[in-house]
Design a protein around this ligand. Structure first.
Ligand SMILES: [Zn+2]
Length: 248
């Protein structure tokens, strides 16, 4: 059921983010009416899901398979040493629930296949794509284009990362950027600080999209090279022959 107003307790919780230069009360209400999908919920998706939960998004759905292992703990902020060897999804969901009881948390203990991704996309107002593999990222992109739901794609390598914000039918899509699926490096290096930085920026863009606040990075790629200490932004163009979004 859609919320028509926030309770006093919710307004108190979010009081530091409602006002000039941040969210309007109406924007906060829109957040509480929204559903987001975050997949996966590790180095980038974990902090993103955490910040969206803390910001008061109505329903946060996370998807992440497998069990937590020691090398995850340099970046997966929803994990803990106590959770080593346990399924990630329920552990991550419990952490999120402990942060904000006003928010509904759903957890899938696997990465959605194409059919499930489309089903989920149709339930969502925005998708945060945070998997490491191009296969998964492009699958989420196809679901977002088919369901006409905004997609925020976060990626990381080493001490750098990129963030793209796509609006189906209006901007380029992820497949315009990667017409052929690039090879995937199984054990790529990554520092947790960059994972969280990119994940946090992805959450901020989602908050802006959902609440109608500020200027969204529609159709742009933000590239942060933390190793060299440089940042750049490029406007992405649609491919007329894109196999995913041409004609969408
Ligand atoms: Zn495209």
């Amino acid at each position: 059921m859609s919320r028509s107003q926030l309770t006093d307790a919710e307004l108190e919780r979010y009081s530091r983010q409602i006002g000039p230069g941040v969210l309007a009360a109406e924007g906060q209400l829109r957040l509480s009416q929204a559903t987001v999908l975050v997949t996966r919920a590790g180095g980038m998706g974990g902090p993103a899901a955490l910040l969206l939960t803390m910001a008061g998004v109505g329903r946060v759905i996370i998807a992440h398979g497998g069990t937590l292992i020691s090398p995850d703990l340099n970046r997966q902020v929803l994990g803990s040493e106590d959770a080593l060897g346990k399924l990630r999804a329920p552990e991550f969901a419990a952490h999120l629930r402990s942060m904000n009881h006003f928010v509904e948390i759903e957890a899938l203990d696997h990465e959605p296949d194409a059919a499930e991704a489309l089903q989920l996309a149709r339930r969502c107002d925005v998708i945060l794509s945070c998997p490491p593999t191009f296969d998964e990222r492009l699958r989420l992109n196809r679901a977002a284009v088919a369901a006409r739901v905004p997609l925020i794609d976060a990626a990381q390598w080493g001490m750098g990362g990129t963030l793209c914000v796509f609006r189906p039918g209006q901007t380029a899509c992820l497949q315009c950027l990667y017409p052929q699926t690039p090879p995937f490096e199984e054990h790529f290096p990554v520092v947790g600080a960059i994972s969280s930085a990119i994940g946090s920026l992805a959450a901020l863009e989602a908050i802006k999209v959902l609440s109608g606040t500020g200027q969204v990075l529609w159709g742009k790629m933000l590239n942060y090279d933390g190793y060299r200490g440089s940042m750049s932004m490029i406007q992405l163009s649609r491919r007329a022959d894109c196999q995913c979004c041409a004609g969408a």
